[in-house]
Write a new protein. Structure first.
Length: 140
């Protein structure tokens, strides 16, 4: 049996707060339960991180693909809106507005970069019942 080598460790801080540590870099993230679920909403909730991870993954994959294509990404910005459902409480929709500025990208390159964003690993890992409403826009 392979040894267990965790990539992240977590500790419960009390009062519905956790601290996550990325083992390789020792960077830390605090989570807090949202106000509508008994928390203070003083930090990202776990479902906030899931939703933000979708946009972050899209941006990362676009950056990788643009580099592979010899294109320079001048900027990328994203806005994310998460919608929760009940019975059971879960994410039902993640809306992402992604604005890309890749000046050298023509129509063909834009299509490749858009397809790359939509096929990112987080998008592929989310449950198919979650509506991923993604809007990609290009700065001119």
């Amino acid at each position: 049996m392979d040894a267990f080598n965790p990539q992240y460790t977590l500790t419960y801080q009390g009062d519905l707060r956790t601290e996550m540590t990325h083992v390789a870099s020792n960077s830390r993230v605090i989570t807090d339960a949202p106000v509508d679920n008994h928390g203070k909403g003083a930090a990202f909730s776990p479902t906030d991180l899931t939703s933000a991870a979708l946009a972050s993954c899209m941006m990362t994959m676009v950056g990788i693909k643009a580099n592979d294509m010899g294109l320079s990404v001048t900027s990328m910005e994203a806005r994310v809106e998460k919608t929760m459902g009940s019975g059971p409480r879960r994410i039902v929709r993640i809306a992402v507005e992604l604005v890309l500025d890749v000046p050298e990208a023509g129509e063909r390159e834009r299509k490749v970069l858009e397809a790359t964003a939509r096929a990112c690993p987080v998008a592929q890992s989310l449950h198919p019942d979650i509506d991923q409403a993604v809007c990609l826009m290009w700065k001119e």
